[in-house]
Design a protein around this ligand. Structure first.
Ligand code: GLU
Length: 304
């Protein structure tokens, strides 16, 4: 048994001394105000123990981390029908890259790049009665926390500046891979990205992927096979064009967001979340990647 708390403390003290913290994502103007010195890390074990240090209870913009939660809800609702509209291959390109979408006839490479997540958002808009309310209720339920909410200013900020997301949605629409109006789908997508959660809340929400599809309340949301597939997608596609690097250095399925959060997990063992808003050149949390690399190196716990 590892002394996880002592290890998190070592990672934290290393991180707060770091000279190069990367830079804050400024392309979403509302995210530009975040203090780059925030750093939090939280670990939840499958048997329910919690360890944390730093700003691990402070909510931040989960951004692309929401794509995994949206995918799980879409798979719960429509099952394998998802794969008629989105592929499962890594793109090796930035999250908002559009050229491949045109070459591949409007079928996004995977559900964790923006175009794929926009198709997933379309599925949720079609299949949920009150899409934004119902999706938030799902997240509150799996996290067992009613305080989680959308940050409306972040959603608005993305709507005003999301030109590439509009381009992706229009391209999808032109290939008939979007059933709802572009504005409705993007309103949902911008809101899902603007959900705010802390590291400890994220660890709870992602428990179901480490626990064969059952959330903390022991309710089955997705099958064991679907949980396996989502973990495989996180491993191969969860870090933009740095998924290879993350697998190489950390060796866990995970997902990052431009708010500086990273969630990673070892199926049947633990979920670990880290937040440090400064990003590296590929858009992943600079200190977050480093802390997770140290964590799996010290504990020797990765899927490899
Ligand atoms: N809402 C962001 C966008 O669509 C998500 C980017 C990210 O976290 O990767 O640009």
């Amino acid at each position: 048994m590892h002394d996880y708390q002592a290890l998190l403390e070592v990672l934290y003290h290393d991180a707060i001394k770091a000279k190069n913290r990367g830079s804050i994502a400024t392309y979403i103007p509302e995210l530009a105000h975040i203090d780059i010195n925030n750093f939090g890390i939280h670990l939840k074990t499958i048997d329910g123990k919690d360890f944390g240090i730093g700003d691990y209870n402070k909510p931040f913009s989960i951004q692309s981390i929401s794509k995994v939660l949206a995918l799980s809800k879409a798979m719960e609702l429509v099952g394998d029908a998802v794969w008629k509209r989105v592929d499962v291959e890594p793109s090796g390109n930035p999250f908002n890259f559009l050229s491949l979408l045109e070459i591949e006839n409007g079928i996004p490479r995977n559900p964790l790049i923006n175009s794929g997540a926009i198709v997933i958002a379309d599925i949720l808009v079609s299949n949920l009665k009150n899409p934004k309310e119902d999706f938030l209720s799902y997240i509150k339920m799996i996290t067992n926390d009613d305080s989680i909410s959308y940050n409306e200013s972040v959603a608005k900020s993305e709507q005003i500046t999301g030109f590439k997301n509009y381009a992706a949605a229009n391209l999808l629409k032109s290939f008939k891979n979007l059933n709802n109006p572009v504005d409705d789908v993007l309103d949902f997508y911008f809101h899902q990205c603007a959900i705010e959660m802390s590291c400890s809340q994220l660890s709870k929400a992602f428990y179901l992927f480490a626990n064969k599809g059952k959330c903390l309340q022991n309710k089955l949301h997705i099958s064991e096979q679907q949980a396996k597939r989502i973990n495989a997608l996180m491993l191969t596609c969860g870090f933009y064009d740095e998924a290879g690097e993350f697998a190489f250095k950390v060796g866990l399925p995970g997902k990052s967001g431009v708010g500086g959060g990273i969630i990673a997990l070892l199926p049947n063992h633990f979920i670990i979340s880290v937040w440090s808003p400064g990003l590296n050149k590929k858009g992943n949390s600079q200190l977050g990647m480093h802390a997770l690399q140290q964590f799996t190196t010290h504990t020797k716990r990765s899927i490899f």
